[in-house]
Ligand binder design. Sequence first.
Ligand SMILES: [Zn+2]
Length: 237
Amino acid sequence: MAQTLSDQIRILGELQKIDARIYELRRSLNAFPDRKTTIESKLASAKIRFAAAEDNLKKVQMKQKELENDALTKETQAKKYQQQQAAVKTNQEYAALTKEAQNALADKSLIEDQILKLMDEVEGQKKAILDEKKVLAESETRVKQELDEIAKESAVIKQQVDGLLAARKEFTPQVQADVLAQYDRIIAKRDGIALVPLQGESCGGCGLTFPPQVVNEIKMRESMIFCESCSRIIFEE
Ligand SMILES: [Zn+2]
C-alpha cells in the first residue's frame, strides 16, 4: 500500500490512464448496435424493392389473364351469333346477328391490342425483377461483410477492455479503499475522467479557476482536493 498522498495520486494517475481508455472503448462498443441497425436497414429496403417488383409482375400477369379470358368470351359470343344465324327466318334478323358478331370480334381485337401492350410490360417487369435481385444479392453480400467486420471489431475491443481491466487490478490494491471508492464514484459520474491536472490556476476538467489558497493546497499534496464545480480530483503534474 502506497502511504503518502503523493504516491496515492501517482497511482490514481496510472489508473486514470487505463480507465480513460476503458471508457473510450466502451463508448465505441455502445455505438455498435446503432451501426448494426443502420447496416441492416439497407438490406431491408433492398428486400422491400425486390418484393415490390415481384408484386408488380404478378399484377400485370393477372391483368393479362383477365384480358385473355375477356377475349375468349368475345370470341365465344361471336361464334354463338354466327350459329344462331342458321336458325333465323328473316334477312333483317340475319343482318342483326352479323352486326353483333362483328362487334364482338372488334371488341376481341381491341382486347388483344391491350394484351400485346401488357406482354411488353411483363417483359419489362421481369427485367426489373432481375435488376432488383442483383441489387439484393449485392446488398446481402455487403451487409454480411459489414456485420462480420463489426463482430470482429467488437471482439477485438472487448478483448482490449478485458486486458485493461486486468491491468487495472494491478493498481487498485495499491490505493486506499476509501480513496478508490471516491475515485470510482467520480469516474462513473464524469464519464471516465475522475482525476485531472491543474492547468495554470484552473481545473483541467471543467475550467473552473481556483483561489490562490486552493492552488497552494493542490501543490502541497497534503490532502485530496476536489473541484467545487465538477467534483473531480485535482493534482499538479
Ligand atoms: Zn472541475
